[in-house]
Design a protein around this ligand. Structure first.
Ligand SMILES: Nc1ncnc2c1ncn2[C@@H]1O[C@H](COP(=O)(O)OP(=O)(O)O)[C@@H](O)[C@H]1O
Ligand SMILES: [Mg+2]
Length: 555
């Protein structure tokens, strides 16, 4: 970056400032205390980043304007920053074309992309007594942050943060998947145990069904045979009962006729013996024989009836006996026939139904087990994929982490910084060597990178123990190192760098800066008027202040 023009209006002590520095080349800005030398550098910083070095904004009631034109990345840029009644306006043009962003923040981002952000710009281009060598006096942590910003390593932080967030999310999913897997696996174990229980003793229900059909047909054949023999016996028995009843009746009738006959016989005997009336017992005459004759005729009739009744009684008794034999025969036949029994068929039916139920149950359990096996496989696949992703993210975390690529890059950068700083120091002709080293320490269980600077060859070997002059030269060396590390070329400013240096040190630094200005744009600010002699090839300007208003004059 080379500045091609600086214009300031109402900027602190300046009403108006116009400066066109050479590039490459050296501009020495001299002038008394408070005349406005440092303000020139402040103006450049404010124009580019909207912040000054000592305070945030320029104090002014009137409109403050800074216009800075410069060349960078092979293009010509113009930044114009205006501030009035606490409002800021920012425009940017590139090769004469307006490229101002939608908002000042957008525009600032574009500027930063060209010249670096404020910290990087200051760390690599501005050496000011007020800021001191920021790198040298920074804490380890600040140094690391500066170097990381310089090297663009903060990208790793963003990536690492994202990686860790991903990892946390993934672990959440993984633990959920693992819980689900465990649940499914224990469910599977339970279901398999249940299946084993029901699966063992199950009978073949189809075979039992066929057996049942056979048994049922057998039973029905038995049943038919039995009903037949039973019906026959029932008929024979009924016939016997009927014949028996008829025989009894005939017997009773015979007995009645016989008793009638015996009574008549007794009456007839009495008539014959007493010749008296068998009814009134009075003496009978000739009529008596008539009565006897009548009785005898009746007796004969009764005797005929008795004979008939006797015949009938004998016949019916014979019939009854025949019927009894027949009934006995059917009873015997029935005894020879097996009584029908459904029990076997029923038992088979029950077994068949039970077996079918059990088979259905086994089928259900098997389906259940198979479903769960499939579920387990799905969750397992998911968990495996998640574990693979976790491995990848863990690897990424290692690469992005403190001990990963960042450490490697930082380590390399430290080496380059050391080399560049020592090259500068060699030119400053000091028997001093800077060592810049990075160490990773475990502090309260957290990894902390420490970047320490050691100085060897002069004094105690510790930067803080060096003399102010030694430190000033180390600071210049470090600035040059950082500048080289960032690949900075062009504009570089040194504000009151000579204060702490002795004559010899001052001439060495001046010689170095003169050398530098052969290919860089160097701005040197100092209140020492006699420094002019040190920069024979440089341009000299003087800041003068009249009535509290600063202006620059050519010398
Ligand atoms: N941010 C600021 N706010 C107020 N006044 C400032 C600011 N910066 C510089 N000045 C004033 O501008 C004048 C020039 O200061 P400066 O450029 O630092 O002087 P020097 O020539 O000693 O470097 C001084 O009077 C100083 O008080
Ligand atoms: Mg100053």
């Amino acid at each position: 970056m080379n500045i091609t023009g600086t214009e300031l209006r109402n900027f602190t002590s300046y009403k108006e400032l116009n400066l066109v520095p050479d590039s490459p080349g050296l501009l020495l800005l001299v002038g008394g205390n408070g005349c406005g030398k440092s303000t020139v550098i402040e103006g450049i910083c404010w124009a580019l980043h909207g912040q000054m070095l000592r305070s945030k904004r320029p104090p002014s009631s009137a409109t403050t304007t800074a216009r800075l034109s410069f060349e960078a990345q092979g293009k010509h840029w113009l930044v114009e920053r205006k501030r009035y009644s606490s409002k800021t306006e920012l425009t940017l043009s590139q090769d004469g074309q307006d490229v101002t962003g939608q908002t000042p923040t957008d525009t600032q981002a574009k500027i930063n992309a060209v010249v670096g952000d404020r910290d990087l710009f200051i760390a690599t281009r501005i050496f000011s007594k007020d800021l001191m060598a920021r790198f040298a006096v920074a804490t380890d942590k600040e140094r690391k942050a500066m170097l990381e910003a310089l090297l663009g390593l903060s990208r790793f932080d963003v990536a690492l943060e994202r990686c860790r967030a991903e990892l946390a999310k993934l672990r959440g999913s993984l633990s959920k998947a693992e819980t689900r897997l465990q649940e499914r696996q224990s469910m599977l174990a339970r279901q398999q145990a249940l299946l084993l229980q029901v699966e063992g003793p199950v009978e073949d229900h189809e075979f039992l069904e066929a057996e049942h059909k056979v048994a049922l047909a057998e039973y029905q054949a038995e049943q038919d045979a039995w009903s037949d023999v039973e019906q026959k016996h029932r008929d024979a028995y009924t016939a016997w009962v009927k014949a028996d009843k008829a025989a009894s009746l005939a017997k009773v009738e015979l007995e009645a006729e016989m008793s009638k006959a015996s009574q008549l016989k007794a009456k007839l005997a009495r008539v014959k013996a007493n010749k008296s009336c068998p009814t009134c017992l009075r003496e009978m005459d000739g009529a008596l024989s008539l009565i006897a004759q009548y009785e005898a005729a009746e007796l004969a009739a009764i005797q005929k009836a008795i004979d008939a009744a006797d015949l009938k009684a004998m016949d019916t008794a014979d019939d009854a006996m025949v019927a009894e034999r027949a009934s006995e025969a059917t009873a015997a036949a029935r005894a020879g026939v097996k009584q029908p029994d459904r029990a076997r068929a029923d038992a088979l039916k029950e077994r068949w139904h039970r077996a079918r139920q059990e088979a259905l149950e086994v089928g259900r359990r098997k389906a259940e087990v198979n479903d769960t096996i499939r579920e387990v496989q799905v969750v397992e696949t998911e968990a495996v994929a998640l574990r693979d992703d976790e491995k990848v993210l863990l690897a990424a975390e290692r690469v992005l982490g403190l001990r990963g690529a960042r450490t490697l890059l930082l380590g390399r950068a430290l080496g380059r910084l050391e080399d560049a700083a020592n090259a500068a120091l060699q030119k400053l002709d000091l028997p001093i060597q800077i060592g810049v080293s990075g160490t990773t320490e475990l502090k309260s269980k957290k990894e902390v990178d420490a970047i320490s600077i050691t100085v060897t060859g002069a004094g105690a070997g510790d930067y803080d123990m060096g003399s102010a002059g030694e430190r000033a030269r180390v600071d210049v060396g470090l600035l040059m190192g950082l500048s080289a590390l960032a690949g900075t070329t062009g504009f570089i400013a040194f504000d009151e760098v000579f204060d702490a240096l002795d004559t010899e040190g001052a001439s060495k630094v001046a010689e170095y800066l003169g050398e530098l200005s052969k290919d860089r744009q160097v701005l040197v600010v100092s209140h020492h008027q006699d420094l002019r002699a040190q920069f024979p090839r440089g341009r000299v300007m003087e800041a003068v202040k009249v009535n509290d208003v600063s202006r620059l004059e050519q010398r």
